[in-house]
Design a protein around this ligand. Structure first.
Ligand code: 4NP
Length: 159
């Protein structure tokens, strides 16, 4: 069985492309890529077409993780084509839930907070690093590595 996963944040240039890259990196190291389709999107459209933020890319690269994605905005169709949509914070969660309401019964994706899969933190949201310093980008990666591990364990029993 294939899993279709969409990671969602606000701008799709920091947290969700990092989640996508971290998860793909873990999939590759476990030779699990063939069982997954992975993508990311933003609830906002300001950065559409841009690569991930250079601070996010360089923090990830120092951990051996590449972030090749280009920003796009989530669409109503995404609620029908992905199995699981993982949101970074409460605003993203509310926005995606309201898109699902708009789509109605055809919206089949499960929508869950990314950090519901983390085991090493009590945080419920991945903090937005955009206006902060370098430590914020490291924190994002720490949280996402933890949550991606939990996510992969949860889903790999269903491949
Ligand atoms: P992201 O971070 O949601 O993790 O991609 C942000 C990127 C850009 C902006 C806000 C958050 N912005 O306001 O432009």
């Amino acid at each position: 069985m294939n899993h279709r996963l969409l990671f969602v944040c606000l701008g799709n240039i920091c947290r969700s492309p990092a989640a996508e890259g971290v998860f793909l990196h873990q999939l590759k190291s476990q030779d699990m890529e063939k069982h997954f389709v992975v993508d990311s999107a933003g609830t906002g459209g300001w950065h559409v077409g841009r690569p991930a933020d250079s601070r996010m890319r360089s923090a990830a690269q120092q951990r051996g993780i590449l972030l090749p994605s280009r920003a796009r905005q989530i669409t109503l169709e995404d609620l029908q084509t992905f199995d699981l949509i993982l949101t970074m914070d409460a605003d993203n969660l509310a926005t995606v839930q309201s898109l699902a309401t708009e789509v109605g019964p055809m919206a089949t994706a499960r929508i869950e907070p990314m950090l519901s899969y983390a085991t090493k933190t009590s945080l419920e949201e991945v903090p937005d690093p955009y206006y902060g310093g370098d430590a914020g980008f490291e924190k994002v990666l720490d949280l996402l590595e933890d949550a991606c591990e939990g996510l992969l364990i949860a889903l790999s029993s269903q491949v």
